[in-house]
Design a protein around this ligand. Structure first.
Ligand SMILES: Cc1ncc(COP(=O)(O)O)c(C=O)c1O
Length: 533
């Protein structure tokens, strides 16, 4: 966007040397030409009014007007119909900071990107009310730097909220407000690195790319620890000699499993013996459908566990608000780290969040969204049953993503590519694995920001693609009668989930890739039932 100067030229744009012996008008013209040629002044930028510039530079207005007239004549500036004088398009060269923005990504008919809540339902009005109210009522002292750990009122309210809703054992003194979970994790790892931490474990599958990058930034090595259908493998963690581990116990990202009770105890035992730290990422625990919410691990061992929370799933990622509920012994170190990093998170936003929670608007929004995500989840389940009945879903009990287990022999990337060519965004489990292994082929289906109709459309396309991918009838029959897929139920990451097999004859009409032709084919599918995660 072109810059709209209302008065003075930016400092340093024009500097006149009165002792140089070069006429001031010539200097002024020359500096404008250079600024326009170099791109410091871009096409469409409005130059200051002659009165303002003359006053800022201590020149006569007539001299500035003469300069502008000369630059207009030379084609550097344009002035149409009495409107402000601007830099001419032809004269300006885009500087490095003015490059065209990258093209917007293609709009998809259905996008199953995960980790994004329903952005259309973000509580804009509540937030606007809360920010206005915070602005109106905050005492002047709240407009200063404040405590780097965060506004005390928000920390008190959050500590109460975490005790009530997440069964956490924390106080305001242990809460540090951060710019989302991303900053919280970086600060915790850095603080621990400062105390000698060399290696941190992270869940596999999980978020290997961001974990590795954050750990490297903090100066520690990140090592993957396998997750199975009971959560993180504590024996494997023990073998890594890590001094800390980052976990998602209430709803494992991305498999959706809950950390089993005996694993929780084993983990606490490991942390006690090793004097290790458990970093709990409690990212979407508010959205649990089939059972009561699983309490935060922190409540069991407040001295061993650092809990990280965020409003990125509950409200919107754009707010960049999160928190650390720290063991008392780390709270001071973390507050100092926050102070050095950015002197504290934006204060009015903190007050606004406090108001949302205090007035019940936050809970009301969560209730509304819980019902909406549960409805989307049902649409997803039904769409899969209709269009791809051989594709089981797991991890459905909470959050707004699930894992679709593609038939053995399917190539994850091919399905993703074929879907993209039909304007459907699918995402594979392989990117969540530390070794990027493409098998077993699975999709992580986010449905938080995917409308009901889009879910149906996208899953119909997936069903179509899988129909094409499956072998023709005779081979399919053989496949069904052949020995079971080698991945045994309930053993490790590669396990093919337990299933009750039932042969089913289904007619699908896949679209032949590229040709637009529709070819009816008969396939045999295997239906499967899974225990809810
Ligand atoms: C596992 C997990 N935890 C937490 C978050 C939230 O991070 P932030 O609070 O920085 O937005 C994400 C974001 O996608 C995530 O995938």
């Amino acid at each position: 966007m072109a810059v709209q100067w209302s008065g003075l030229a930016p400092e340093g744009l024009i500097t006149l040397d009165r002792g140089r012996g070069v006429p001031l008008r010539a200097q002024l013209e020359d500096q404008f030409r250079q600024a326009i040629r170099s791109g410091r002044l871009a096409a469409g930028d409005r130059v200051p009014s002659s009165r303002a510039l003359a006053s800022a530079l201590g020149l006569s207005r007539g001299l500035v007007q003469e300069c502008y007239a000369q630059l207009l004549a030379e084609g550097y500036l344009v002035s149409r119909g009495g409107s402000a004088t601007r830099v001419a398009t032809a004269a300006s060269r885009a500087g490095p900071a003015r490059q065209a923005p990258p093209p917007a990504p293609a709009r998809l008919a259905a996008d199953f990107a995960s980790g994004v809540p329903d952005l259309a339902s973000a509580p804009r009005q509540d937030w606007a009310w809360a920010v206005r109210e915070a602005c109106r009522t905050a005492p002047n002292t709240d407009l200063g730097y404040g405590d780097p750990a965060g506004n005390l009122r928000l920390r008190e309210i959050l500590a109460g909220y975490l005790r009530r809703v997440r069964a956490a054992d924390t106080t305001a003194g242990q809460v540090i407000i951060c710019s989302g979970m991303a900053q919280a994790l970086g600060l915790v790892l850095r603080a621990l690195a400062g105390q000698g931490l060399a290696r941190v474990g992270f869940e596999d599958p999980g978020a290997p790319a961001s974990m590795t990058a954050t750990a490297a930034w903090a100066g520690v090595e990140a090592v993957p620890v396998p997750v199975d259908d009971r959560g993180v493998d504590v024996a494997a963690l023990e073998a890594t000699s890590a001094g800390a581990v980052v976990l998602t116990p209430a709803h494992q990202w991305p498999t959706g499993v809950v950390l089993a009770a005996e694993r929780r105890l084993a983990l606490l035992d490991w942390a006690t013996r090793r004097k290790a730290v458990i970093i709990e990422d409690d990212y979407d625990a508010e959205f649990r459908y089939d059972r009561d919410p699983v309490g935060a691990l922190q409540g069991l061992a407040p001295d061993l566990v650092v809990t990280l929370g965020t409003v990125s799933k509950s409200l919107a990622p754009v707010l960049r608000l999160g928190w650390i509920a720290s063991p008392p012994r780390l709270a001071g170190t973390l507050a100092r780290a926050k102070q050095v990093t950015d002197r504290g998170s934006p204060g009015l936003d903190q007050l606004a969040l406090a108001l949302l929670i205090e007035t019940g608007r936050y809970d009301r929004h969560l209730r509304r969204m819980r019902a909406e995500y549960a409805a989307r989840r049902d649409v997803l389940v039904q769409a899969l049953a209709e269009h791809a009945p051989g594709v089981p879903l797991t991890g459905l009990a909470a959050g707004f993503h699930a894992v679709a287990h593609l038939p053995p022999g399917t190539t994850e990337q091919e399905v993703i590519r074929a879907a993209r060519s039909r304007s459907v965004g699918l995402y594979g489990m392989s990117t969540c694995r530390a070794d990027q292994a493409p098998s077993p082929p699975q999709l992580v289906l986010g449905f938080g920001n995917t409308r009901h109709q889009a879910i149906q459309t996208g899953i119909a396309v997936l069903g179509d693609i899988l129909g094409l991918a499956l072998p023709p009838r005779s081979e399919a029959l053989l496949a069904v009668q052949a020995p079971r897929h080698p991945g045994p139920a309930g053993r490790g990451r590669n396990a093919w989930p337990r299933r009750s097999r039932k042969r089913q004859r289904t007619s699908v009409t896949p679209v032949m890739a590229g040709s637009g032709r529709r070819a009816p084919v008969r396939i045999h599918t295997v239906t499967a039932t899974f225990p809810a995660a």
